[in-house]
Design a protein around this ligand. Structure first.
Ligand SMILES: [Zn+2]
Ligand SMILES: [Zn+2]
Length: 231
């Protein structure tokens, strides 16, 4: 049986997947969320030292701001895609590009200081695909670019997919769907196609409720039949 736990840090959610006698975690949340994270972890009776690997969905401050602190507390390894690795090493958020009017306003409201976070030297840097078997789970990480060029997702053998910001939900948009911030929305669509092809059935994201796979397929079909209109 596949077991996963979601910790709701507020704006960002992080997910933990049972892997052998420990856990694999997607993302680390904001820097200011670290205390809340540790509280929620304790509530679940999980020792931070049980976290063996933290997978970076992508190098934006709301996903990696707390990473340095969490890595130090847990001793977990950090896995990132090569395209986002240097942002992590430098402690600078990857470029942010709005795809909607609302996200444009949101981005403009963000203070500049949020761009920066404590740098982290990754332990594992991947390209297209990476098996998580060695960590005791039948799952893999795949490259799903678009939100940033180094965005990655976890897909388990049973079809649970943890895709971070490959899709967005509330409060970035009312219902979960295409990301409202993306460097390349065409790439997002291709990544969605890959996620589905890899056998995803349940899609968990970082901001908002899970995305219904049938809704994803419908959006894809619509977008692919009218490639000019990508709003
Ligand atoms: Zn992001
Ligand atoms: Zn995010």
């Amino acid at each position: 049986m596949e077991e996963y736990i979601e910790l709701n840090l507020g704006f960002t959610k992080v997910q933990l997947l049972k892997a052998g006698d420990g856990y694999i975690q997607m993302d680390a949340g904001y820097k200011s969320n670290v205390k809340k994270y540790l509280r929620l972890l304790k509530k679940q009776n999980i020792d931070p030292k049980a976290i063996k690997l933290i997978i970076v969905n992508h190098a934006h401050f709301d996903h990696v701001g707390g990473l340095k602190a969490l890595k130090d507390i847990s001793n977990a390894q950090v896995l990132v895609h090569e395209n986002d690795a240097n942002f992590l090493r430098k402690g600078i958020s990857a470029e942010v590009k709005p795809t909607s009017f609302i996200s444009k306003i949101l981005i403009n409201l963000l203070p500049n200081s949020l761009k920066f976070f404590d740098p982290v030297e990754p332990d594992i840097v991947i390209k297209d695909e990476y098996s998580l078997q060695e960590f005791g789970i039948n799952a893999k990480v795949i490259h799903t670019p678009g939100h940033t060029s180094g965005t990655i997702s976890i897909i388990t053998e049973k079809g649970n997919a943890f895709i971070g910001c490959c899709a967005h939900g509330f409060p970035l948009r009312i219902n979960s769907g295409l990301p409202t911030i993306a460097q390349d929305i065409e790439q997002v669509l291709s990544s969605w196609e890959r996620i589905i092809k890899e056998g995803a059935k349940k899609i968990y994201i970082s901001h908002g409720k899970p995305v219904n796979i049938n809704k994803m397929k419908k959006i894809l079909k619509k977008k692919r039949s009218s490639p000019i209109d990508l709003s």
